[in-house]
Design a protein around this ligand. Structure first.
Ligand code: PMP
Length: 389
């Protein structure tokens, strides 16, 4: 039967991060590889409390089919997070990954051009390939995208959208400066390019001031994606999109043909937790746990590697993007690191052209302080051994 697979499947490769997840699940390996929240922090008791209250509510509509755009109570709460949004500009998705898929389904014809950051989120790159998009990549720096390169691409390639993760980016942890955002907005307006803004990590800020989103700076040309995966639990599979209402109508049409609707039960749990401020409180707990982990990894890296690597300290999110300067190909370092009992994601997989890279992505949220210390030491041993080999 495989001979009949569509090209989008025969040309797709298995995500390298999934391979690593499997590897680290089987072996006693300290993993800085996944992008996982700390499972010990999932607010199980509060979830159980609201789930029980809902089940006892005796509302016959709870488990019935409903509309594809989501539960009103939750849309109302999400709309409040934006400077000005009405619930008609919000729809729920099965995680922001589905949001990305629905945007592609709604906007992309074969070979349509899109622009991504270089490097970018691995699963988005894979998805864009499946839609047979022409992918152009624009260099990403610590303070935002390369504006000259972006303008050239907007002008020459006439992309449908620019896929951007402007806060605590995956994989780099970088954030756009306000100035950079304004420049991007200027170009989007001038060349009429949609900004597809993906912000799953925005709430996890450990330092600095909150920044203004593209959704608030340029609502008429932005499709914003959000998710409860990092602030509550990935298994809820609840994300959302915010866009002009006529775009939401088209995206809703796409969602109907994909899965009819999200499960309402967890949407109601989420809505209740937002209404009484519990999610905001829970985010404070997450920050209180994740900030020391970020600091521990930064300190351990500085202590072990000294000047032999480079990285920018992220103000939030889940990742540190390290330039292992003495190792041209971090894939080799990955192999050595696995031997020493620690995993990370080699940078190459995050680049649109999969070029060899000296960078690697390290996650700190899903390891204990002790594992961070031990894992960084093991990584350093691997780094040193590789150089003397
Ligand atoms: N976008 C980015 C940048 C991500 O890092 C992730 C999660 N790793 C997602 C989207 C998907 O998140 P969700 O669980 O909401 O589908």
């Amino acid at each position: 039967m495989q001979t009949k697979f569509a090209r989008r499947i025969t040309t797709a490769s298995r995500s390298f991060t999934r391979t690593i997840l499997d590897l680290t699940a089987q072996n006693k390996i300290i993993s800085f590889a996944g992008g996982l929240p700390d499972a010990a922090l999932f607010p199980k008791e509060r979830i159980a409390f609201h789930a029980k209250a809902l089940l006892e509510s005796d509302d016959a509509r709870l488990f019935q089919y409903s509309n594809a755009s989501g539960v009103d109570a939750l849309k109302n709460e999400i709309a409040k997070q934006y400077a000005s949004a009405n619930p008609k500009e919000i729809m729920l998705t099965n995680g922001s990954q589905q949001g990305l898929d629905l945007v592609c389904k709604t906007f992309l014809d074969e070979k349509d051009c899109i622009v991504v950051e270089d490097p970018s989120y691995l699963a988005a790159l894979g998805l864009f390939h499946m839609y047979n998009a022409t992918i152009k990549a624009v260099p990403l720096h610590a303070n935002g995208v390369d504006i000259t390169a972006l303008e050239k691409l907007f002008h020459e390639a006439k992309p449908k959208f620019f896929y951007t993760i402007p806060i605590f980016q995956n994989p780099t942890g970088y954030s756009y400066s306000l100035e950079n955002r304004h420049e991007v907005v200027r170009l989007a307006k001038q060349y009429h390019v949609i900004l597809l803004e993906d912000s799953p990590y925005e709430a996890l800020r450990y330092d600095g001031k909150p920044s203004i989103s593209f959704a608030d700076l340029l609502p008429e040309l932005t499709i914003a994606l959000g998710t409860f995966s990092k602030t509550l639990a990935p298994d809820f599979r609840i994300g959302w999109m915010k866009a002009p209402s006529e775009v939401i109508s088209a995206l809703t049409l796409s969602k109907e043909s994909t899965d009819l609707q999200n499960s309402k039960f967890f949407q109601h749990v989420c809505a209740r937790m937002m209404q009484n401020g519990e999610i905001a409180e829970h985010v404070k707990t997450l920050i209180a746990h994740y900030r020391p982990k970020r600091n521990a990894m930064v300190n351990a890296l500085k202590h072990s590697f000294k000047e032999s690597i480079e990285f920018v300290i992220p103000e939030g999110g889940m990742f540190i993007w390290v330039d292992f300067k003495a190792c041209d190909d971090s894939m080799k370092l990955f192999d050595k690191a696995i031997e020493k009992g620690v995993a990370f994601v080699p940078g190459s997989v995050f680049f649109a052209d999969k070029r060899i890279s000296s960078y690697g992505r390290l996650n700190y949220t899903n390891s204990s302080l002790e594992q961070i210390e031990e894992g960084v030491k093991a990584l350093h041993t691997a780094y040193v051994e590789l150089q003397s080999a």
